[in-house]
Design a protein around this ligand. Structure first.
Ligand code: PLP
Length: 376
């Protein structure tokens, strides 16, 4: 999905540097799991689920195999199935759509707000108002880049139309919207622990958080073959569990998350200060958002040239995302052509993600900023 280390001297993300900082702690908990001989659905997972749900401010956490599975399973638990419609944005990672498809539903798109690049509540309201067929079963706003969607408006609109909100918070561990952590505002929130995320495992992982106890119970069935106890299946199920080794490592890392996020904020504000506002446009956040800068994204008219220029100067960058999901080959059958969602399409040709991770230093941010400004 995204390549971790670019060819340049300054990588886009540095998983090894993070590990070096917490090596002893991580090695010792992993060793404990190895010694325990219990690898699936045991104490480490239960512990981490409580810690993470508590951190987000939700009643329950259910650890699963990936962020994609988290979204798919929570949609199923929310009653979404074959033939149902789920509303999301075209400017997101493909897995948002994979999850919607995997539970048998059809994605319906609302374009993003041109300033924030996230779900535009006005367009959402228009879509729900003009909808004549059966109502979409759920709306999935994506807290893109580590920011937050305009949840106050989205929750208002969705409650008016009786549609459930499931937050895709896979890029936004710890981000806040009007004082609440994202993932705790809708019916449920999903997070990914893909290694490059702000809270990343040593492999795949994901979690659903929710205040709805019945939904959490249902998710616990769904992730474990639909079994209520060993050998008794009560519903169609899956095998998708966050394993004990990942849960143990994530418990260690969760203790560092706030500090890592504030370091990301510090580096982002340095970029904000140094980058020439004449040369680059930055996405504008809705009111009351505390961003965690999973990505630091700029917009530039000559994005390809700028990316090549930075690469030739040893700076790795990535594009999130170069092809909006409605124009992906896999989703051609949905029938959307170019021009269907102009804001997402424009964003896809202009956005560029600069290196940002807690171990990056100020001098490196200064160097990248100097290079971007000199490109003009
Ligand atoms: C990473 C990501 C996902 C999927 O997470 P996986 O753990 O890789 O399955 C879903 N949505 C968004 C917005 C993401 O960034």
């Amino acid at each position: 999905m995204c390549d971790i280390q670019g060819a340049g001297k300054m990588p886009f993300f540095d998983a090894k540097a993070q590990y070096q900082g917490i090596r002893e702690e991580i090695n010792s908990v992993i060793e404990e799991v190895l010694d325990s001989g219990r690898f699936i659905l045991s104490q480490r997972l239960g512990g981490f689920e409580k810690e993470f749900a508590g951190y987000i401010g939700a009643g329950h956490g259910v650890g699963v195999g990936s962020g994609t599975d988290a979204l798919c399973l929570v949609l199923i638990a929310a009653g979404v199935g074959r033939g149902d419609e789920v509303v999301t944005v075209p400017n997101t990672a493909v897995p948002t759509i994979s999850a919607i498809r995997q539970c048998g539903a059809t994605p319906v798109f609302v374009d993003v707000d041109p300033a924030s690049l996230i779900m535009d509540p006005n367009r959402l309201e228009k879509l729900l108002r003009k909808n004549t067929g059966p109502r979409p079963k759920a709306v999935v706003p994506v807290h893109l880049y580590g920011g937050a969607a305009d949840m106050a408006s989205i929750m208002d609109i969705c409650s008016k139309f009786g549609v459930k909100v499931i937050e895709d918070a896979c890029q936004a561990h710890g981000a806040e919207y009007q004082g609440r952590k994202v993932g705790s505002i809708g019916e449920a929130g999903v997070f990914s622990f893909y290694p490059t995320k702000n809270l990343g495992a040593f492999g795949d992982g994901g979690i659903v958080v929710t205040d709805n106890g019945e939904m959490a119970d249902r998710l616990r069935l769904l992730r474990n073959y639909g079994q209520k106890d060993r050998y008794h299946a009560v519903t169609d199920g899956f095998n998708s569990r966050l394993d004990e080794i990942q849960a143990a490592a994530l418990s260690v890392k969760l203790k560092h998350l706030d500090q890592w996020n504030s370091r990301r904020r510090r580096l982002a504000s340095l970029y904000d200060e140094l980058l020439d506002p004449e040369a680059v446009l930055k996405p504008v956040e809705p009111e009351g958002v505390s961003h965690v800068y999973h990505l630091y994204v700029i917009r530039h008219k000559e994005r390809e040239g700028l990316q090549r220029f930075l690469e030739s100067n040893g700076v790795s960058t990535l594009i999130h995302y170069p092809v909006p999901v409605h124009l992906q080959e896999a989703y051609r059958f949905l029938g959307f052509g170019e021009g269907s969602f102009p804001e997402a399409e424009r964003a896809s040709s202009e956005v560029l993600s600069l290196p940002i991770y807690p171990e990056l230093n100020e001098e490196e941010v200064e160097e990248v900023s100097r290079l971007v400004n000199s490109f003009g």
